[in-house]
Ligand binder design. Structure first.
Ligand SMILES: C[S@@+](CC[C@H](N)C(=O)[O-])C[C@H]1O[C@@H](n2cnc3c(N)ncnc32)[C@H](O)[C@@H]1O
Length: 182
């Protein structure tokens, strides 16, 4: 079940400088951001910015039974809440920053789903996360990112081979960047 949207909004607001948001992303984002997830057997998917796991649940509902999801989250309380739920055996909750991904995952990855707030992350660290993710991605796979503006799109476009963005006309507007490695 997770936290109610209302409880999540209180906790997100209390931690605004790391969450970068007042509320969880919308149902529309949960669906659209998963549009390019790999559905075949034995895939490795990585989520950055799990929060209370609203997108995490959508990812798990689409992955094959023998696939695995590594969900990174810097907030220890969010991690504890999701871990205590024992959501799914395929889920590995990692209480660490996206920039340390390579310490936790050895091989290549078949997809990234990210909602980390690039506006609140230094340019240097943000660019390192984008570059390291591109390098870790298998060819033909996607890095999908949700943000509340189109401002950072160019940074992704520079690194990935094909990039597009969709706008969900909610309040606030939600932008999803789909970035592919050829
Ligand atoms: C906008 S919230 C999104 C939460 C949830 N996935 C959703 O869609 O509503 C961003 C989340 O990223 C986490 N976060 C921020 N910086 C991070 C980083 N460098 N690595 C991992 N998680 C991070 C925050 O603590 C927060 O839970």
């Amino acid at each position: 079940m997770g936290k109610s949207k209302f409880q999540a909004a209180i906790e997100f607001t209390k931690n605004l400088f790391t969450t970068g948001a007042f509320t969880e992303t919308s149902r529309g984002v949960e669906v659209e951001i998963c549009a390019h997830l790999p559905t075949g057997p034995n895939k490795i998917v990585v989520e950055f910015g799990m929060g209370y796991g609203n997108i995490t649940r959508e990812i798990l509902s689409r992955l094959a039974p023998d696939s695995k999801l590594y969900a990174f989250e810097v907030n220890a309380e969010f991690c504890k809440t999701v871990k205590d739920e024992n959501l799914d055996e395929r889920l590995v909750v990692v209480n660490d920053s996206a920039e340390n991904m390579n310490k936790h995952i050895e091989g290549q990855v078949d997809g990234f789903i990210s909602s980390i707030p690039f506006t609140f992350i230094s340019k240097e660290v943000g660019d390192q996360i984008i570059r390291a993710s591109y390098e870790k991605l298998n060819p033909g796979c996607y890095f999908s990112q949700v943000l509340y503006s189109a401002f950072h799109f160019k940074r992704f476009e520079k690194v990935f081979d094909e990039s597009s963005k969709k706008v969900l006309k909610n309040i606030p507007l939600e932008f999803i960047y789909h970035c592919k490695k050829r």
